[in-house]
Design a protein around this ligand. Structure first.
Ligand SMILES: C[S@@+](CC[C@H](N)C(=O)[O-])C[C@H]1O[C@@H](n2cnc3c(N)ncnc32)[C@H](O)[C@@H]1O
Length: 226
């Protein structure tokens, strides 16, 4: 567990997400802009292509981003996929259930990323958007996602890094992070090497990686023979 972690349990983290979904979405916009120093457009282009025939969306929250990603895919005329979307916070799932009620290809379930209710080698792709740094046991979550991925399947994840932008943006990001940790919506930011090592020690191969703003974007694969 990182020394600087907020030390919150899964249930405390779920409780921190008990804000109404509309407030969560507005708050999310500010966090994206000022803590991640990223844009929605960057996220759509990063997560949008990583959807195989059977896809797992880990920690979907209220489903706002997933819905926008699926719209982005439709705009690009990319194929419709079978999607399992999970999250640990019941309050977030209320929004997701409502959002995807008319889309039978999107199944929303309450689950812990570290104890996924799916068989081994089940999914062609998995995305973890804006959430790795919220997991109280990040290794257990990344390991269980690896377990349910088919050999050759790809995982796309973005991870919040310790602020690296210039002043005054760095101080703003540090303040937002401290607030997020107190509240329980952020477990800890990471260093890129730390995330990379965790992924590789579980068995993932890094396919591509980049850093933009305060975010590490990584595409990793379960090896075809693994
Ligand atoms: C910042 S939100 C991101 C939601 C969504 N992916 C997005 O990009 O808008 C982080 C989400 O991680 C979820 N979460 C935290 N720990 C979890 C766990 N162990 N298992 C499943 N979901 C978890 C929270 O409930 C929350 O909905």
């Amino acid at each position: 567990m990182p020394a600087s972690s907020s030390g919150k349990s899964r249930d405390e983290i779920a409780e921190a997400y008990s804000a109404p979904p509309w407030w969560y979405d507005i708050r999310g916009f500010f966090i994206l802009t000022f803590a991640y120093n990223s844009t929605l457009w960057n996220q759509l282009r990063f997560f949008g292509p990583n959807f195989g025939p059977r896809h797992l969306e880990v920690a979907c929250g209220s489903g706002t981003l997933l819905e926008l990603v699926l719209r982005w895919r439709r705009g690009k005329r990319l194929p419709e996929r079978e999607i399992a979307a999970i999250d640990y916070a019941e309050s977030m799932l209320v929004g997701a259930h409502r959002r995807f009620a008319g889309q039978p290809n999107v199944q929303v379930r309450h689950a812990d990323a570290a104890a996924l209710p799916f068989p081994d080698a089940h999914f062609d792709t998995a995305n973890i958007a804006n959430s790795v740094h919220s997991f109280p046991d990040v290794d257990a979550a990344l390991r269980d996602v690896f377990r349910v991925m088919k050999p050759g399947a790809t995982l796309a994840a973005n991870v919040l890094l310790y602020p690296r932008t210039i002043e005054p943006f760095r101080t703003i990001a540090e303040r937002i992070n401290r607030w997020g940790m107190r509240k329980g919506i952020l477990y800890t930011p990471y260093r890129r090497e730390d995330v990379r090592e965790r992924l590789e020690s579980i068995g993932y191969e890094i396919v591509s990686e980049s850093v933009s703003g305060n975010c590490y974007n990584v595409l990793a694969r379960r090896p075809a023979r693994g």
